[in-house]
Write a protein that binds this ligand. Structure first.
Ligand code: NAG
Ligand code: NAG
Length: 307
């Protein structure tokens, strides 16, 4: 083949691959699904050590049960370690500490739920969450760990840690990092017939969550990564047409629409599920060294409509 043809073919292939990846900002995604109301978590204007950080979060964020579930000592607000063009005038960022040897069971990392309900008293059925996340430059991913997502009630404290979804209690849709920073969505929801035979899903034993599209994107250490997750509950409740979409740095990485988050109209979306730790429930997941992640620019959009 002539050199010119090769160049042309390469350009064509490049153009096709660019075309295949859907790129969209969080606000554009929100607007395309008519998610018209939005909220964001305020951040302090000065750095705060862990005890002051806990007071700040309790007074400024709508925490479920007015508490940090675990890890308040591992949360603080620090100067942005990776300032870039999206930095908000060097506003402090939320730092999570994972002590050496820590993995789940409240040994390191942190967990809380920030509730968000419509003022009408109605309940949200669609929600888009976006946040930016950074890992220390020398962060060792080991086998994996949890990252924040969206959860639903009425059992707001269930659907994690092996407490299963039964269709009328709750669901959760978090993110996980795996070995080498591979990303996925990690969910507690019903498992309709055939879902676990679908190669996009890895169903875990012992009632733990389900991995969706593991490795469809990869986290990078030492810089900000943007995670944007859309959850739309299945509607009607007896049909597996619920959706999860995940955009990594504004590029679509995951889009699944065969999910059953619920089989009862009692289940709705509660808000932001901040949940991060190494694991996994045994020490093979533990971090060998103390490491940190950082969070900033947490924003959500929602609608009381599922579709
Ligand atoms: C909902 O799903 C559970 C399984 O978790 C099942 O036991 C129950 O019968 C289902 N309810 C309805 C109304 O389909
Ligand atoms: C679902 O789980 C909740 C606990 O989250 C429990 O109270 C409820 O009885 C369960 N419902 C069914 C139908 O199993």
């Amino acid at each position: 083949m002539a050199f010119e043809s090769l160049v042309f073919m390469s350009l064509l292939a490049f153009a096709i691959s660019c075309n295949a990846a859907t790129t969209a900002s969080p606000s554009a995604i929100a607007s395309s699904y008519s998610l018209t109301t939005s909220t964001s978590l305020p951040f302090p204007t000065a750095t705060l050590s862990s005890s002051s950080a806990e007071s700040y979060m309790k007074s400024s964020w709508p925490l479920n049960d007015d508490k940090i579930d675990f890890g308040a000592d591992d949360l603080s607000f620090v100067s942005d370690p990776f300032p870039d063009s999206s930095s908000d005038s060097n506003s402090p960022v939320l730092q999570v500490t994972y002590p050496a040897g820590s993995y789940s069971h409240g040994t390191g990392g942190a967990q809380f739920t920030a509730l968000w309900n419509p003022s009408s008293g109605d309940k949200f059925k669609s929600m888009l969450l976006t946040y930016e996340l950074a890992f220390d430059t020398d962060f060792d991913f080991v086998k994996g760990g949890k990252l924040p997502g969206i959860r639903g009630g009425p059992e707001e404290n269930w659907c994690s840690g092996g407490n299963v979804a039964n269709g009328s209690n709750c669901f959760s849709s978090r993110v996980m990092w795996r070995t080498d920073g591979e990303g996925e969505v990690y969910s507690y929801f019903l498992l309709p017939d055939g879902l676990c035979d679908n190669s996009n899903y890895i169903c875990n034993q012992d009632n733990y969550g389900t991995s969706i599209d593991r490795g469809s994107f990869s986290f990078v250490t030492g810089q900000w990564n943007r995670v944007t997750m859309l959850v739309r509950l299945n509607d009607p409740v007896d049909t597996a047409n619920g959706q999860v979409q995940l955009y990594y740095n504004n590029v679509e990485a995951i889009d699944q629409s065969i999910l059953q988050y619920r089989n009862s109209s009692k289940v709705y979306i509660s808000g932001f599920y901040f949940s991060t730790f190494f694991g996994g429930s045994d020490s093979s997941w533990a971090t060998p060294n103390e490491v940190h992640t950082y969070f900033r620019n947490v924003q959500m959009w929602a609608s009381t409509e599922a579709a």
